[in-house]
Design a protein around this ligand. Structure first.
Ligand SMILES: Cc1cc2nc3c(=O)[nH]c(=O)nc-3n(C[C@H](O)[C@H](O)[C@H](O)COP(=O)(O)OP(=O)(O)OC[C@H]3O[C@@H](n4cnc5c(N)ncnc54)[C@H](O)[C@@H]3O)c2cc1C
Length: 229
C-alpha cells in the first residue's frame, strides 16, 4: 500500500484574513452547513481545507464546495461544549470570522485507478467538492448513523458508479442504496476485488480500521487520508 499526498506542487493562491458568515443551515440536529463569503484572494483545489480562528481557537474544516462556486461551504458537526463548533453554531449571518487557507494535500488524482471514496460523517465534505468539480465514476462508502445523515446523497449518488450508505443505527427495512454496519464492513464484504485508489476522510479511528482492511484485501492500492482528529 502506498500512502501519501498527490501533487505537492504549486499551492493555489493563499489567503489569511477575515471573511463573514453568509448563512448557517442545520442538515441534522448536530450537523450544520456554514456558507462563508469567499475571499477574493483564496484559490483552492477540491479536497483542501480552511483554518478558522475565533477567540484564540484554531480549527480546520474541509471545503465542501467546488472552486467554481461563489461561496465557501463547510459541513460541521457540533460538539456540545466544543470551543469552535459551539461558537460557530451560535453565530448569525454577518458574523466576521478570521481564517486562512487553503491548507492540505488531500487531492483527487483523475488519472489514477478506480477511486473509492470512504467517508465518516462530515468527512463527506471534500468528496462533495471533488464531485462538484467533475470527479465521477467513483465508488462512495459513506458511514452515518441513519439515512438522514447521508449528507449530499442525491448529488453524490448521481455522479457515483456505486453509492453505499453504511448505517450503524438504522432499523430494517433499510432504504435502497444503504446497508447496515460500518464502512469497514462494506470494504470487507461489498467491494469486488480490483485495482483501486482509496481516499479516506473522517475520524482517525475509522481511517485506522479502514487501513487494516485495505492492507489485507488490497495491498497494492494507493491510499490517501484526511483524518479529522
Ligand atoms: C484536517 C482536518 C479537517 C477537518 N475537517 C472537518 C470538517 O470538514 N467538518 C467537521 O465537522 N470537522 C472537521 N474537522 C474537525 C475540526 O477541526 C474540530 O476538531 C471539530 O470541529 C471540533 O472542534 P471544537 O473546537 O468544537 O471541539 P473541541 O473543543 O476541540 O473538542 C470538544 C470535544 O469533542 C471531541 N472531539 C473533537 N473533534 C472530534 C471528532 N472529530 N470526533 C470525535 N470527538 C471529537 C474532543 O475530544 C473534545 O472532547 C477537521 C479536522 C482536521 C484535522
Amino acid at each position: 500500500m502506498a500512502q501519501g499526498s498527490l501533487r505537492r506542487g504549486t499551492e493555489p493562491s493563499g489567503w489569511r484574513g477575515s471573511t463573514r458568515i453568509l448563512s448557517r443551515r442545520f442538515l441534522a440536529p448536530a450537523v450544520f452547513e456554514l456558507e462563508l463569503e469567499r475571499p477574493a484572494a483564496l484559490g483552492f483545489r477540491p479536497g483542501q481545507r480552511l483554518r478558522l480562528r475565533r477567540e484564540g481557537c484554531e480549527r480546520d474544516y474541509s471545503i465542501a464546495s467546488s472552486p467554481g462556486e461563489d461561496g465557501l461551504r463547510l459541513l460541521i458537526r457540533l460538539f456540545p461544549g466544543g470551543k469552535m463548533t459551539s461558537n460557530l453554531a451560535a453565530s448569525a449571518p454577518g458574523t466576521v470570522i478570521e481564517g486562512s487557507g487553503p491548507h492540505g494535500y488531500f487531492l483527487f488524482d483523475a488519472a489514477g485507478k478506480t477511486p473509492v471514496f470512504v467517508a465518516a460523517g462530515t468527512g463527506i465534505a471534500p468528496f462533495r467538492s471533488m464531485a462538484a468539480s467533475g470527479a465521477a465514476g467513483f465508488v462512495l462508502l459513506h458511514g452515518a448513523r441513519t439515512a438522514a445523515e447521508l449528507f449530499y446523497r442525491g448529488f453524490l449518488e448521481a455522479r457515483a458508479a456505486r453509492y453505499v450508505g453504511c448505517l450503524t443505527r438504522a432499523r430494517p427495512p433499510l432504504p435502497a442504496g444503504t446497508r447496515p454496519g460500518r464502512v469497514t464492513d462494506a470494504l470487507r464484504e461489498d467491494l469486488a476485488p480490483g485495482a483501486y485508489d482509496f481516499y479516506l476522510c473522517g475520524r482517525s479511528e475509522m481511517i485506522r480500521d479502514a487501513l487494516q482492511v485495505i492492507d489485507a484485501r488490497f495491498p497494492q492500492a494507493r491510499v490517501f487520508t484526511e483524518p479529522f482528529s
